[in-house]
Design a protein. Structure first.
Length: 144
């Protein structure tokens, strides 16, 4: 008989230094705004994005247990054809070399039992962003 462990009880994926790749974008400025509620928190992140390579690769942002509600590039809504969602985040295609990215998403601290990101414990809200917890608050370059 085999027993499959729930995601909470599985060993985390291993991350090796040999797999490291420098990001193709940098984010020199971040502005975060929260409408902080235990049941549902709204997060708005404004990111200054700069491409650091000549490669025209999509911007990969990590995110887990998030609900994306809006995405803007230089204050214009980004068309769905430029957004590719996957189970560990999203890819944004067709970005200019420099832009302002605004991401709006929702999270649910009372449902977060991972003790990572923003979560409720003993009637108080806490954050844990290391080693990869920030991706449970908003989409970001949050990988080794």
């Amino acid at each position: 008989m085999t027993t499959e462990l729930s995601p909470r009880h599985r060993a985390p994926d291993r991350t090796y230094l040999r797999d490291y790749r420098p990001p193709t974008y940098r984010i020199p400025q971040v502005d975060l705004q929260f409408d902080l509620q235990a049941e549902e928190t709204h997060v708005c992140s404004r990111l200054s994005i700069e491409r650091v390579t000549l490669d025209q690769v999509p911007l990969q942002l990590d995110g887990e247990a998030l609900t994306l509600t809006a995405l803007y590039v230089d204050e214009a809504p980004l068309a769905d054809k430029y957004i590719e969602m996957h189970d560990r985040g999203l890819l944004i295609k067709g970005l200019p070399d420099r832009c302002k990215l605004r991401i709006e998403n929702r999270i649910h601290p009372t449902q977060n039992t991972a003790l990572s990101g923003l979560y409720l414990s003993q009637n108080s809200l806490f954050t844990q962003c290391e080693a990869e917890g920030f991706r449970r608050i908003t989409y970001f370059i949050d990988r080794p």
